[in-house]
Design a protein. Structure first.
Length: 164
C-alpha cells in the first residue's frame, strides 16, 4: 500500500517549505486524505460470480470478471477467468483468459490458458496459447495453438491429412 509519509518525505526533500495541504492540521492523527488521482493498478480481484448447480441459463453470458459455473448453460460464455464445475454442462462457445474445465462442454473452447482436469468431458475444438490436459480427461475434437486465441476472427478448420 502507499502511505502519505513517503509522499511528504519526497516533498520535504525537494523543498524546505511545507506545501499548503501539509501545513493544515488534520482533524484526526489517523485520518489520511485519499490521493487526488487514482493509482493505475491491474484489474482488482474480486470473488467470482457463481451459477449454482440448480440453475439453468439459456442465453449468452459475458463479464470482465471471474465466473464459476456449476449449472447448465446453453449459450456462449466470455469471462476473464472461467471455471466449469464438475456438475456443469455447457452447450456453446467458451472464451476466457484462464479456462478450467472440470465438467462437460459441448462446443469450442478458446483461452490463453486452458486446463482440462481429470473429470473434464469436452466435445469440440480447443484453441489455446497454453494447454494442460490431466490424465482421465475425455476430449473429442481438435487442438490448435494460437498466439492470440481470444481474437474474434474465425479460425480455420484443420485440414485432414493427405493420403499417401
Amino acid at each position: 500500500m502507499f502511505s502519505k509519509t513517503r509522499v511528504t518525505e519526497t516533498r520535504s526533500q525537494q523543498s524546505a517549505t511545507p506545501a499548503p495541504e501539509e501545513a493544515a492540521p488534520s482533524s484526526s492523527p489517523t485520518s489520511e486524505r485519499a490521493p487526488e488521482t487514482p493509482v493505475s493498478t491491474p484489474r482488482q480481484r474480486t470473488s467470482p460470480s457463481v451459477l449454482s448447480a440448480d440453475l439453468k441459463v439459456s442465453g449468452n453470458i459475458s463479464t470482465d470478471g471471474d465466473i464459476q459455473i456449476e449449472g447448465n448453460v446453453e449459450g456462449d460464455i466470455r469471462a476473464h477467468q472461467l471455471v466449469i464445475g464438475e456438475s456443469a454442462t455447457i452447450k456453446g462457445e467458451i472464451v476466457g483468459d484462464d479456462v478450467v474445465v472440470n465438467g462437460r462442454v459441448i462446443g469450442r473452447v478458446r483461452g490463453l490458458k486452458v486446463r482440462l482436469t481429470a473429470t473434464a468431458r469436452v466435445e469440440g475444438d480447443i484453441i489455446h496459447k497454453t494447454i494442460a490436459i490431466e490424465s482421465g480427461a475425455h476430449f473429442e475434437g481438435s487442438v490448435q495453438r494460437q498466439d492470440d486465441p481470444l481474437a474474434s476472427g474465425g479460425t480455420k478448420k484443420l485440414a485432414p491429412p493427405a493420403a499417401s
